[in-house]
Design a protein. Structure first.
Length: 401
């Protein structure tokens, strides 16, 4: 008879609150520690945890993370399934099929897997030409990393793969010999990759850059800016590496100003323009704090783009962020000539789209100028979002007389 130490451990079994049961049945992929009501034993990071309902029936299965308040990331809910190689392969193929009709040969930079919404909770994969960037937001994926890399290698043969890690799991990664920016397949020269988006060339800093190296989620809004840019003097505030600036230049802007506090980001914008020699619009970079620079009297523009980093990283910052978005919009409007267009965007998940849009509309109303709303927008389709917390990006286009 085997001793207790050698006997296989019982499957990790959890029960949750009635409210959490309802959310899981509705398709929500997160179970917080505060929702747990019963657990048969301690669990390890990456272990598959089975959640049972109050009648002891299978409810869901997910990845367990004992170090996170987001204790379980649901992989599947409904009837019981076996999470074997075929199941994982089908899940990745579904994500690829979802994106297959979205891009032509002029675009080789896009999101391949968008976390929970594609059935890979806490895991993102972005493509930049022949390089994939795999970003993990939970240590629960570490035990499954080999399987994920195998799936990607089968679908993207010969591609390099870079591992990026959220700050909160980097210490745990170090204990396993993993680190942020690690090239886990192939080679990446100089840490940067040149990719194309609707025919424009961009540089992505895949080893050290923000997010996975570039802000792919604003692609559709960049294309909208391009359509409005002809003959206009354009200010791209919080420009980062110049994504909106290049699209405005291709759209026929009379001039483009990229404004950012980071000299490193502005240097990236200059390099991106150099990668596209057919763009002939004059391009100027200005290093300054956007909030201070916009609040001062200064040169006018015909198109002002405001795309700040998140202004509310937690719920307690929501009210202050809404006020800040309104002030930014007001300051941007003061720089607009008659007939000018304001493009204002938010990536703050804690600020809802209606709250953000109303803050910008309110600034337009208080300006005393006649204005009309041209469009509102959300995520690009490769940033597929199936639950509220994933719907972080929103933008609004206003024209003012």
């Amino acid at each position: 008879m085997p001793d207790a130490a050698s006997a296989p451990r019982a499957r990790l079994r959890l029960r949750v609150s009635p409210a959490a049961e309802t959310h899981i049945r509705a398709g929500h992929p997160w179970v917080y520690e505060s929702s747990l009501r019963d657990q048969n034993r301690e669990g390890e990071a990456g272990e598959l945890a089975v959640i049972y309902d109050r009648r002891d029936r299978f409810l869901a299965i997910g990845l367990y993370d004992p170090a996170s308040p987001l204790r379980v990331r649901v992989l599947h809910q409904g009837a019981p399934v076996t999470l074997d190689d075929a199941w994982w392969t089908a899940r990745l193929d579904a994500a690829l099929l979802r994106r297959a009709p979205l891009f032509g040969p002029d675009t080789d930079g896009y999101r391949v897997v968008n976390g929970e919404s594609d059935g890979f909770p806490g895991l993102v994969v972005d493509r930049y030409s022949q390089t994939l960037v795999l970003k993990l937001y939970t240590a629960a994926w570490f035990p499954h990393l080999e399987r994920v890399l195998g799936l990607l290698a089968a679908r993207f043969p010969g591609f390099a793969v870079v591992l990026r890690l959220s700050r909160n799991i980097q210490a745990q990664a170090g204990a396993l010999g993993l680190h942020d920016g690690q090239v886990v397949a192939g080679e990446v020269e100089d840490g940067t990759v040149v990719f194309h988006e609707t025919g424009l060339a961009f540089e992505a800093d895949v080893l050290r850059g923000q997010k996975t190296g570039f802000f792919l989620d604003q692609r559709d809004n960049r294309r909208r800016v391009e359509k409005h840019a002809r003959g206009r003097r354009v200010l791209n505030a919080f420009s980062f590496s110049g994504g909106f600036s290049l699209y405005a230049a291709r759209g026929g802007a009379a001039e483009v100003v990229s404004l950012d506090i980071s000299a490193h980001a502005l240097a990236g914008a200059a390099r991106n323009f150099a990668l596209n020699p057919k763009l002939t619009a004059p391009h100027e970079t200005v290093q300054a704090d956007v909030f201070e620079w916009l609040a001062q009297p200064g040169r006018p523009f015909d198109l002002v783009i405001l795309d700040p980093p998140s202004l509310a990283r937690r719920e307690t910052e929501r009210a202050g962020a809404i006020r800040a978005y309104g002030k930014l919009a007001a300051d941007g409007i003061r720089r607009l000539e008659r007939g000018g267009i304001l493009v204002s965007a938010s990536c703050s998940a804690h600020v809802s789209a209606p709250e953000f849009w109303e803050a910008v509309r309110g600034a337009a109303g208080r300006s005393g100028r006649t204005w009309r709303e041209l469009a509102t927008s959300g995520h690009a389709p490769d940033h597929y979002a199936t639950f509220p917390e994933a719907q972080y990006l929103k933008a609004i286009f206003l024209q003012l007389d």
